[in-house]
Design a binder for this molecule. Structure first.
Ligand code: DAH
Length: 357
């Protein structure tokens, strides 16, 4: 009995995993196991001897059984400890925020401007960024030798050798979209045309590519008064202030007559720009009544139709509203800048739901 006990207890202790443990169990207590075989011999013994041997065998069987169980629990515990060690994770570390992209201020402001004018019944029109000389200049009453052409610092596309037609240009303003929209849709018409424009210029407030939004409203009796109301309404909504004051300054553009540049009342206190109050004026756009020659160029009869147009710098009004000091940073793709000045992709600007929040 002692020999058997010693043998099996040692085997149980030595079993390194559940499979080894199961073979020990089978060898001792299985149907053909050693202990079971001894149990089977009890029947042939004398009653006295059987009683003593049976009791001892039962005790031994229970001891081995208990050792098997204990070892099984110990192996399972060890396996769990090993897993916990291997899969250890410091849940007290700070989380890593998901870096989602942001909406660029130019896109945000384009959406805001579009929302406001859509609310006033303006549709969005588009035109190509590589534009013909005729659409960019002639149709807008800027003939070849006109001095306004020099002011535009135009980028010209190349023409094949020997081709003396005027070269195409990178459009210097969104005004050619006026012509395209009127030629396509006729009058009456109410459109805005936001988009990229190009001029050879670079400093803190100029980049070779920037954004404008053009406005155009043509009908039978549209006047400067309508222009003034639309622009005031736009500025109040866009700058999200209760009152704005605009100043219409007589100016000159070849494509409008009369023409006005529009300034907005503001203040610069401690470098902080405030729109709507103060003693300073900031120029924000050019505008006027569309020149009859421009209507004619677009196939609209100037004896029946008239209206206003305006052109505004999107980047510029974005800088004013969101306090962004340097225009060049808009186009440098610096992630820190984009995260700081960018907008959530889920906040679509609407006039009824709020523009910037
Ligand atoms: N095209 C002008 C520019 O780029 C802006 C402008 C002025 C547009 C007056 C207009 C307008 O439609 O009426 O400077």
């Amino acid at each position: 009995m002692d020999t058997l006990r010693g043998k099996y207890i040692e085997a149980v202790t030595a079993a390194a995993d559940e499979a080894a443990l199961e073979s020990v169990r089978l060898a001792a207590l299985g149907k053909k196991g050693e202990i079971s075989a001894l149990m089977a011999t009890l029947g042939k013994m004398e009653p006295e001897a059987r009683k003593a041997a049976g009791a001892q065998l039962n005790v031994l069987k229970d001891e081995i059984d208990a050792a098997l169980r204990a070892r099984k629990t110990a192996l399972a515990d060890a396996a769990l400890d090993e897993r916990l060690r291997a899969e250890w994770l410091d849940v007290t570390l700070p989380g890593r925020p998901r870096r989602e992209g942001t909406i660029h201020p130019v896109s945000q402001v384009t959406d805001e401007v579009t929302a406001i004018f859509a609310d006033m019944g303006f549709a969005v029109a588009e035109g190509p960024q590589i534009e013909s000389d005729w659409f960019n200049f002639d149709a807008l009453n800027i003939p070849p030798e006109h001095p306004a052409r020099q002011e535009h610092d135009t980028f010209f596309m190349a023409r094949a050798e020997g081709d003396d037609r005027p070269p195409h240009v990178l459009r210097t303003h969104t005004s050619p979209v006026q012509i395209r929209a009127m030629a396509d849709r006729g009058a009456p018409i109410r459109v805005i045309a936001p988009g990229r424009v190009y001029r050879m210029d670079m400093d803190q407030t100029h980049t070779p590519m920037f954004h404008q939004v053009e406005g155009l409203a043509i009908d039978r009796d549209i006047s400067m008064a309508n222009l003034k109301w639309v622009l005031e309404e736009f500025c109040r909504t866009y700058f999200e202030v209760a009152e704005v004051e605009l100043r219409f300054r007589a100016s000159h553009f070849p494509f409008t007559e009369p023409s006005a540049e529009v300034d907005i009342r503001c203040s610069w206190e401690g470098g902080q720009l405030k729109i709507g109050q103060g003693d300073s004026w900031m120029e924000i756009l050019g505008s006027g009544m569309v020149h009859p020659k421009v209507l004619s160029a677009a196939g609209v009869d100037p004896d029946q139709w008239q209206g206003f147009a305006f052109g505004m710098g999107i980047d510029r009004i974005a800088m004013l509203k969101y306090g962004i000091p340097d225009l060049r940073a808009f186009f440098e793709s610096d992630l820190r800048w984009l995260r700081h000045y960018g907008f959530s992709a889920l906040d679509l600007p609407t006039v009824f739901g709020g523009l910037s929040r």
